[in-house]
Ligand binder design. Sequence first.
Ligand SMILES: [Zn+2]
Length: 169
Amino acid sequence: MMKSIQLFFSFLKVKSDEEKPNLKQHTRHIRQASEYKSPALQEIWCHLRCLWFPDRPDIDSYKVYWSRRPQKHTLASCNVRYKKVRVARELDNPKYSHWIEPLLYHEMCHAYLGEPKASKTGRRSWHGAEFKKYEAQHPKIEEFNKWVSSGGWRSAVRSDRARRAFSNR
Ligand SMILES: [Zn+2]
């Protein structure tokens, strides 16, 4: 995100007045470069929301994307300010489709609880006791966390790189 903002401003700086970029168009270009929409993800998101948080229809307004950038450590992220969830493109593979639900459910718990209060040192505990309590309700969470910690995610990253290297030959 930071990088795209920097890029955006340097882009503005080099252009003279008559060459000023179309702001809307440029923003769209950056967005396309970093993520892509998925109706399928969006559908799972709304399905999970109805099931687990029926009292919070506002959560349906989150936009759920696949990340275009290769990920190594981040399976998914939830931005509660911009109401946006991004899922690692490495999981955009039928082989891993059964992990999407527990993964999106984890992100939805962030959406439900919102930004945690900062401690005196300014730190925010995103995965505190309350979060864990909600997260544990989903029946696939435990199995999913085991899959991640036992190397499942690492192998998803490896096979994504191998597949892309092969298709670029
Ligand atoms: Zn989290």
